[in-house]
Ligand binder design. Structure first.
Ligand code: GLP
Length: 237
């Protein structure tokens, strides 16, 4: 289906997540925060309400990143709790945050590795909080946030805005068996084009994903990419 609206994008992604868990109930999912996946989580919530057979009780959910020195109510963990975990039958003991787990990558490996990583993209091309110039062979690490990232997220805070975070690395993401990156709205158009139609460069961390054999990029502005079935690009960028 050709995605034209944010609602269609959200529905498509939610259905892919549901299919993944139907196939493997104890799947390991890596999940983003931010405005882009909100629709996906709302759609999932609706499916959970309407379909009592939907069972994510064994599903393991790994937050991609977390702010450091953050008021709990402003944290990504609270975001995921409010928008997804509490709206489903995901067991809280199956949810993980890099700020609460020592050796996040090791824990992920011990649980069998990530089956699906869902990503948004920052305006500067960051994925999770891997800011420009992050080394591609990076695992979970602490990082300073760039000014453009701080500016984009400023309105999310009731307390002081942190400028440090902990994030899964590029390599953590690349080891995921499948990756779906979603982007919505014209403010993401240019960076998506640069990341997926241009050279692979550490200046645009998302561009490293071009090397992943099972990547789908889904947007509501006419760009899509699927490295599983060779390159497809329907684009009016
Ligand atoms: C944030 C998060 C990312 C997210 C990105 C885009 O800073 N760390 O995981 O994908 O920025 O956010 P949004 O979807 O709100 O544009």
């Amino acid at each position: 289906m050709h995605i034209q609206t944010y609602d269609q994008l959200s529905e498509q992604v939610a259905l892919k997540l549901i299919a993944t868990v139907n196939e493997k109930p104890n799947a390991c999912l890596a999940l983003p925060t931010g405005k882009t996946p909100l629709g996906t989580y709302q759609t999932l919530t609706r499916h959970f309400r309407q379909d009592p057979a939907l069972d994510w009780s064994k599903t393991r959910c790994f937050a991609l990143d977390e702010y450091l020195e953050i008021k709990e109510s402003d944290s990504f963990q609270t975001f995921l709790l409010e928008h997804l975990y509490q709206k489903s039958n995901i067991a809280i003991e199956n949810t993980f945050s890099p700020a609460q787990v020592v050796n996040y990558d090791e824990v992920i490996e011990q649980m069998g590795g990530l089956d699906l990583t869902l990503l948004g993209i920052g305006r500067n091309g960051h994925i999770a909080f891997n800011e420009p110039e992050t080394c591609p062979v990076s695992f979970t690490h602490c990082t300073w946030l760039e000014k453009s990232t701080l500016d984009a997220n400023r309105s999310d805070f009731t307390g002081k805005q942190p400028d440090k975070a902990i994030t899964v690395g590029i390599e953590t993401i690349m080891r995921s068996r499948r990756i779906i990156l979603i982007a919505s709205g014209s403010s993401k158009r240019d960076i998506v084009k640069q990341a997926f139609s241009g050279e692979v460069t550490s200046r645009i961390p998302a561009s490293f994903l071009q090397r992943h054999p099972n990547l789908q990029v889904l947007t509501d502005f006419g760009f899509s990419l699927d490295t599983t079935n060779s390159w497809q690009q329907s684009s009016s960028l």
